[in-house]
Design a protein around this ligand. Structure first.
Ligand code: HEC
Ligand code: HEC
Ligand code: HEC
Ligand code: HEC
Ligand code: HEC
Ligand code: HEC
Length: 410
């Protein structure tokens, strides 16, 4: 009886370890995948997604549509391929309203890695990441998978151990009933199945389970890297990067109040009455500003009723958190890029930080308050004097109350 059970136990363990090894061969752990992912996210993701059309076509299945040589030529200089008269390229170019894909200085190997990344993504779809955002950190999802398998394994083991104890005791009872004397054995089996071992295993399982739940709960509602497609293909790179327009020319609220403010279409018209064509989309996208303001570019008059542009909101703190831009931008002198990343390089804007509580609190612990020429800190003159007299070496945001709950929570 006991030995038969052992056999079953062994079989189950084998099964579990099989599942385990499958998860160990995670294709996302591959170096080619990782390099491809990095290049793709850095250089292609502003226009391409794997399985949906963004600015350019979805790249899923590209290796079935075109051979490697074609793809390499295309990525290195797509316009050269179009101009060579290649019928596929010409048709594609026309289909995408003659949108020009820039030329990339990438090696064949780098392009090959991108294709590996695309292929793996197609063959191993990720469980719906928050609102089509790319997974925050590579491997996050497969990590969860491993954790999940680990938990299942532990639960299975625990159940098996409990069962084996029960059968063991029953066996003993039956034998004792039959008059046989059964000595208490101190084999490895009895040690493994002892109450202490069981309690220990249960504890481990609970810790793992708790850890997984907390991880899950924390990632809910967080949208790092969230980059929705906007109603107008507005590019921060063209405006704030290439043309060096100041962030606060458009986001004029950032130094005045709580909200940085998204500019209305009439502000766009300051420039776009004159600038009628863009470098990438020609008249199409700028035409949408005219539609929103009711502007007729031919008669140069506002003829139609205006309509709002429905920008998709990207950053969104929960309702119970209070965040104020001017406090950070003006009083704190924090640069936009510290919190929002290199916005002036983004064609499609994405959320750079997690916006989690840990993110706020860590910065408040580390950032020193800048007292010079700042009336905002009148209340803290005592601290300032101590600083001047070298009684203390620095004053961080946390020293002026930046860790008090009610400062950030309603
Ligand atoms: C600025 C936007 C933009 C960027 C960045 C971009 N592409 Fe493109 N891509 C396009 C557009 C638009 C097309 C459609 C053809 C056209 O209009 O030229 C396209 C087409 C393609 C095609 C052909 C797809 C098909 O279905 O045949 C491939 C392959 C491709 N891109 C790969 C890449 C790779 C790899 C990168 C990153 C290294 C990249 N692209 C970066 C805009 C872009
Ligand atoms: C010409 C006007 C203009 C300039 C200049 C500009 N922005 Fe924007 N910004 C916009 C518009 C329009 C949107 C909404 C569309 C979008 O998200 O791309 C936006 C969106 C944003 C968002 C996301 C808002 C959300 O929904 O959460 C951030 C963050 C941002 N801008 C930061 C910056 C920073 C930092 C700079 C300077 C480096 C800058 N912007 C320069 C017009 C501008
Ligand atoms: C200390 C970090 C921090 C700095 C510095 C910062 N932001 Fe923000 N920004 C945020 C957070 C957090 C949100 C989300 C606010 C919310 O959901 O209520 C946000 C939201 C936005 C939005 C969306 C609209 C809004 O106000 O809610 C825009 C636009 C924006 N920021 C632009 C800027 C610009 C431009 C600058 C620089 C002048 C800047 N931010 C500096 C953290 C920062
Ligand atoms: C201070 C001037 C200025 C303001 C304000 C401004 N733009 Fe622009 N915009 C430009 C310039 C410059 C270009 C690039 C023209 C070029 O390179 O040919 C441009 C290009 C564009 C393009 C064309 C992109 C392409 O590649 O085809 C779009 C779309 C656009 N802007 C949208 C907007 C929107 C929406 C707003 C208001 C939120 C806005 N702009 C506000 C100066 C401005
Ligand atoms: C990049 C660093 C940084 C990040 C990230 C950051 N802060 Fe701050 N915060 C500062 C600085 C610097 C000050 C000091 C300016 C001042 O005294 O008001 C400050 C001050 C504050 C204050 C006023 C504290 C006081 O005692 O007057 C509040 C409230 C606040 N931040 C909330 C937030 C919230 C909420 C978040 C996250 C959503 C956040 N901050 C993220 C740097 C940061
Ligand atoms: C510097 C700003 C800041 C301070 C100080 C702060 N919080 Fe938060 N807190 C946040 C932000 C931002 C979130 C939203 C986190 C998210 O959405 O992931 C949050 C979320 C929470 C939540 C919801 C659970 C969660 O993690 O989302 C609780 C509960 C909470 N805070 C309690 C507190 C308590 C208690 C204190 C005082 C000891 C405190 N907070 C101090 C910024 C702050």
């Amino acid at each position: 009886m006991q030995s038969k059970f052992l056999l079953h136990l062994l079989a189950l363990l084998l099964l579990v370890s099989n599942v385990w090894s499958v998860s160990a061969q995670d294709p996302r752990a591959d170096a080619a995948y990782k390099e491809g992912e990095a290049t793709f996210k850095g250089q292609c993701a502003s226009c391409h997604a794997v399985s949906k059309q963004v600015v350019g076509p979805a790249l899923a299945g590209i290796q079935d549509r075109r051979d490697a040589a074609w793809i390499n030529n295309w990525v290195k200089n797509s316009q050269a391929v179009v101009k060579s008269g290649d019928p596929y390229a010409v048709e594609l170019f026309n289909k995408f309203n003659k949108s020009i894909m820039p030329a990339f200085n990438l090696s064949d190997k780098q392009i090959d890695n991108i294709l590996t990344y695309v292929k793996v993504e197609v063959e191993n779809p990720v469980a719906a990441a928050p609102a089509a955002a790319a997974p925050a950190e590579g491997g996050g999802v497969s990590n969860n998978m491993t954790l999940f398998l680990a938990i299942i394994t532990f639960i299975l083991l625990a159940v098996m151990l409990v069962l084996s104890r029960v059968t063991g005791s029953l066996n003993k009872l039956v034998k004792e009933k039959a008059g046989q004397l059964v000595p208490d054995s101190y084999s490895w089996m009895s040690i493994l199945f002892s109450k202490k071992a069981l309690a220990f295993l249960t504890l481990v399982a609970f810790i793992l389970l708790g850890y997984a739940t907390v991880e899950q709960a924390q990632s809910l509602g967080r949208q790092q890297n969230y980059a929705p497609v906007q109603p107008i293909k507005f590019s921060h790179k063209i405006h704030a990067g290439i043309n060096k327009i100041d962030c606060q020319y458009c986001h004029s609220g950032a130094s005045k109040g709580k909200s940085a403010v998204i500019p209305g279409p009439s502000l766009c018209m300051n420039c776009h009455k004159a600038i009628k064509e863009g470098p990438v989309y020609g008249k199409e996208e700028i035409g949408k500003i005219y539609a929103a303001t009711g502007w007729n570019p031919d008669s140069m008059k506002y003829l139609n009723p205006p309509q709002p542009i429905e920008w998709v909101r990207i950053h969104n703190l929960p309702d119970h958190v209070y965040f104020n831009h001017s406090q950070h931008v003006k009083a704190g002198n924090v640069k936009c890029q510290t919190c929002h990343g290199e916005v002036q390089e983004m064609d499609l804007l994405k959320q750079h930080a997690t916006l989690g509580m840990g993110w706020c609190v860590n910065c408040h612990r580390q950032t020193e308050v800048n007292f010079s020429g700042n009336n905002f800190y009148k209340d803290y003159e005592i601290l300032h004097d101590k600083l001047k007299n070298d009684d203390i070496s620095k004053v961080t945001v946390s020293d002026i109350g930046g860790l008090e709950c009610q400062k950030c929570h309603y």
